[in-house]
Design a protein around this ligand. Structure first.
Ligand SMILES: [Zn+2]
Length: 395
């Protein structure tokens, strides 16, 4: 997912090399936080005079600041600590869900500097209403912050055409062929990138969450619909037309309930929000908050958790075994509602997936964990999607 590599090819023109080095230094500071010039030089394989030139240039542009480190290591002149300046490059992140939209302004370095959200209902979830509200909210957030926004990233629970942000289909929003990227680019007057929610969850966990140390992971977004974002060998997998990762429509129970896709017994009919609600005796209209509250309460009562969620756990396990055998991830991250499944259930499911999937038995270490970013995972991913474009050019 990282758009900048740490080496410059031989024969690159000086301008290209300088832009590349600026991008690499900014990206290092943005993702991993402040560090000294000496650490930058060592990590990026650049000599100290090159680092000094790049950092001086970035400081002149206002993108970084420098100060003496509070703790000195060793004798001699201390290496200056380089810090990204959050307000120097601020992006907009938007997370459109089936029942709620959330937005945040995120500064260089990843800090959330402001946010807002609103519920979506049948009328307010039409594309025109969502686009208008996103544009209005962006103006409000930028005004509150007092900083201009440089780019935007948007998460949608659907299949997206990467080039222009066309939402091919988002079934639970009932959107088809919505030119969201074009409309928001025109309305916000800045570059806008749109991506699938699960793909952005994977990007978020890979950049700032539980999956920073792995290159093969699957993020399972489990909400009303269930989908997956896949990073394999460090890069996103998208498949034909962006349709890769439709795990929710993996048929696991051929005689099961009808799914909106036309098949029967799709995985999302057995582990999605509706299935969880049925298992917990909560009506469809209750909303995510009540489901999460109920799941948290069950976390303190293992016997009741198994009593209510044994079937659900079985279907979760079955789908995850198929997923692991198909995609061979080192790590499966459960996001959204699935991140709230009680630990007593999740730990058992993780253990069964580890021992029963062929890939895990062979490789020996497939882990299933919950997202640490929780309901912010899509927003964080959307911000990183926007930053990927900003940082590749060195700010
Ligand atoms: Zn289906």
């Amino acid at each position: 997912m990282v758009a900048v590599s740490s080496t410059v090819t031989e024969g690159a023109r000086p301008d290209d090399a300088r832009r590349h080095n600026r991008g690499a230094v900014l990206r290092r500071l943005h993702v991993d936080g402040p560090c000294t010039r000496a650490v930058l030089a060592a990590e990026l394989g650049l000599n100290r005079s090159t680092i000094k030139a790049v950092v001086d240039e970035l400081a002149e542009s206002g993108l970084v600041s420098e100060r003496l480190p509070t703790q000195r290591s060793g004798a001699g002149r201390p290496s200056l600590l380089v810090l990204p300046r959050a307000e120097a490059a601020v992006v907009l992140a938007a997370d459109i869900r089936v029942d709620r939209a959330a937005m945040a302004v995120v500064g260089l370095g990843g800090e959330i500097l402001g946010r807002c959200s609103w519920p979506l209902r049948a009328k307010t979830s039409r594309p025109v209403e969502v686009v208008t509200r996103v544009i209005e909210s962006a103006r409000m957030l930028a005004a509150e912050l007092g900083s201009p926004l440089v780019a935007a990233g948007v998460s949608v629970p659907g299949v997206i055409r990467q080039e222009d942000g066309l939402v091919r289909e988002a079934p639970h929003l009932e959107w088809t062929d919505v030119p969201l990227g074009e409309q928001l680019t025109a309305g916000l007057r800045m570059p806008v990138a749109v991506s699938n929610d699960a793909e952005l969850g994977a990007l978020a966990e890979h950049t700032r969450g539980v999956a920073t140390e792995v290159s093969d992971l699957v993020f399972v977004a489990g909400d009303v619909g269930v989908g997956a974002g896949v990073i394999s060998g460090g890069g996103a997998l998208r498949g034909a037309g962006g349709y890769l990762g439709e795990l929710g429509h993996m048929v696991v129970r051929p005689d099961g309930a009808e799914c909106h896709c036309g098949c029967r017994g799709c995985w999302e009919t057995l582990v999605g929000a509706d299935a969880l609600g049925r298992a917990l005796g909560i009506s469809r209209r209750a909303g995510r908050g009540q489901l999460i509250a109920e799941l948290r309460e069950l976390a303190g009562d293992p016997a009741a958790a198994w009593d209510r969620l044994a079937d659900f756990a079985g279907w979760l396990e079955l789908g995850l075994i198929n997923t692991v055998n198909m995609l061979a991830p080192e790590l499966v991250v459960l996001g959204d509602l699935l991140a709230s499944v009680p630990p007593v259930i999740l730990d058992e499911v993780a253990e069964r997936v580890r021992t029963r999937s062929v890939v895990s038995r062979a490789v020996g270490h497939t882990r299933v964990v919950r997202s640490v970013l929780g309901l912010d995972a899509h927003l964080v991913g959307a911000a990183e999607l926007a930053f990927n474009r900003v940082l590749v050019s060195g700010g």
